[in-house]
Ligand binder design. Structure first.
Ligand SMILES: [Zn+2]
Length: 407
């Protein structure tokens, strides 16, 4: 599993400036052990999203004149003054804000002065209660030109409601989009319930903790919108299967975020860290000395070096995103094989690598031994030189077997 697959990731920007960063959230969901179920969840929320958006736009159009009036009467000039002030003297406003928050006891009063200074509130008002009263007067129905009347109030509530629903739906979509990645890497040979058991163990070991973030549940057995919502769930993963629809009593579809322990998160976040860490542990268990991240010839960094009586091993650790096509994965491994060979050739020019036979290892995160063996055979057929024949492509289990065989 690569870090992008284990953790929820966020993307910022596009193309060249695209940045993907993992968060320490892990989302547990039962939406994926049944493809039909997932499709239903997705299509329901896509369609629903469009409905809510159209509805909200319609209402916002209707209320636009009122908002504009409020804006020009009450907010435009203070906002203009702030941006003027900001253009003229950036420090000034930052300093003012800093002053405001420096002394907690005087915050209310300072904010007040600041708001008056920029004209958000009249100089005649002296407390928050007075502001409230003044706003009440402003929003009171006036003859001919009512800002607030029954219809606008109703519309306003409906907009707030649609914003809430969009929020619910968007958090939902974000959850299943993320989890789809997680699901791909975990369902290979791990059944959903054993995965749940694994998460429960992690939870009990405090590696996984509950999150303050919202969870999402929906009954996909009942009619759409019968039972659906965002809520707080703080419980062990093993309790999640108790989430039942109150109407039809079937298991709810849920997306429940958890947070990864900070230290473990740091390991996962570091490049290829998780696999290298697991590998180092294996070496320790087998009482094999090793060193990591050694640099040679300026630009070669070897992830891990260890040796036995006759051989010196240089291991390159690669974690691949597994939710891609077999062809893409193969081409990545081919590239890394080539790079490893190049590096090994250059290392062989150094005296310290000439004493023993050099065995380059490409340690990867594929679980499928057949796939690795096929790829390995293909690469060795294409590269007949001695060094290439020495290269081993292995996953963690295979390397463990290899190390045990040496004892
Ligand atoms: Zn139901």
């Amino acid at each position: 599993m690569s870090k992008e697959e284990l953790l929820e990731t966020h993307e910022i920007g596009q193309g060249q400036t695209r940045l993907i960063y993992p968060t320490n959230r892990i989302i547990i969901s039962n939406a994926f052990h049944n493809a039909n179920k997932l499709r239903r969840v997705q299509s329901r929320s896509e369609i629903y999203d469009i409905n809510v958006k159209d509805f909200a736009n319609e209402k916002i159009e209707y209320l636009r004149p009122y908002f504009e009036e409020i804006y020009t009467q009450r907010l435009k000039s203070p906002i203009d003054r702030i941006s003027e002030d900001f253009k003229k003297n950036k420090i000034n406003i930052v300093g003012k804000l800093g002053e405001t928050f420096a002394n907690p006891e005087e915050i209310e009063q300072k904010i007040f002065i600041l708001l008056q200074e920029y004209g958000f509130i009249d100089k005649s008002l002296n407390s928050f209660q007075e502001i409230k009263d003044s706003l009440d007067r402003f929003f009171m129905p006036k003859k001919n030109k009512e800002i607030i009347n029954e219809i606008t109030v109703k519309n306003l509530f409906e907009i707030i409601k649609s914003i809430k629903e969009l929020y619910v739906n968007n958090s939902y979509k974000r959850l299943y989009q993320t989890n789809q990645v997680l699901k791909n890497s975990l369902t290979g040979n791990v059944e959903f319930y054993s995965k749940l058991a694994l998460f429960t163990e992690l939870y009990e070991a405090k590696i996984l903790n509950t999150s303050k973030e919202d969870s999402f549940v929906e009954c996909i057995q009942c009619e759409h919108l019968t039972y659906k919502g965002v809520l707080q769930i703080k419980t062990s993963p093993q309790n999640l299967e108790n989430l039942k629809c109150p109407f039809c009593n079937t298991e709810l579809t849920y997306f429940v975020p958890y947070e990864l322990n900070t230290e473990i998160y740091e390991v996962v976040k570091s490049k290829d860290g998780l696999l290298l860490d697991a590998f180092c542990n294996t070496l320790l268990e087998n009482e094999i000395n090793f060193s990591i991240n050694d640099k040679f010839l300026g630009d070669i960094e070897v992830d891990c070096i260890f040796e036995d009586e006759s051989k010196k091993y240089v291991a390159e650790v690669k974690m691949y995103k597994l939710n891609t096509t077999i062809e893409k994965l193969k081409s990545k491994v081919r590239n890394h094989f080539g790079k490893l060979k190049e590096d090994a050739e250059r290392l062989l020019t150094l005296p310290e690598f000439q004493k023993k036979e050099l065995i380059p290892i490409l340690l990867i995160n594929f679980q499928d031994n057949n796939f690795i063996d096929e790829l390995q055979a293909e690469l060795k057929l294409a590269n007949k030189d001695e060094l290439s024949q020495n290269i081993r492509i292995l996953n963690l289990i295979q390397i463990k077997e290899m190390l045990i065989a040496y004892d």
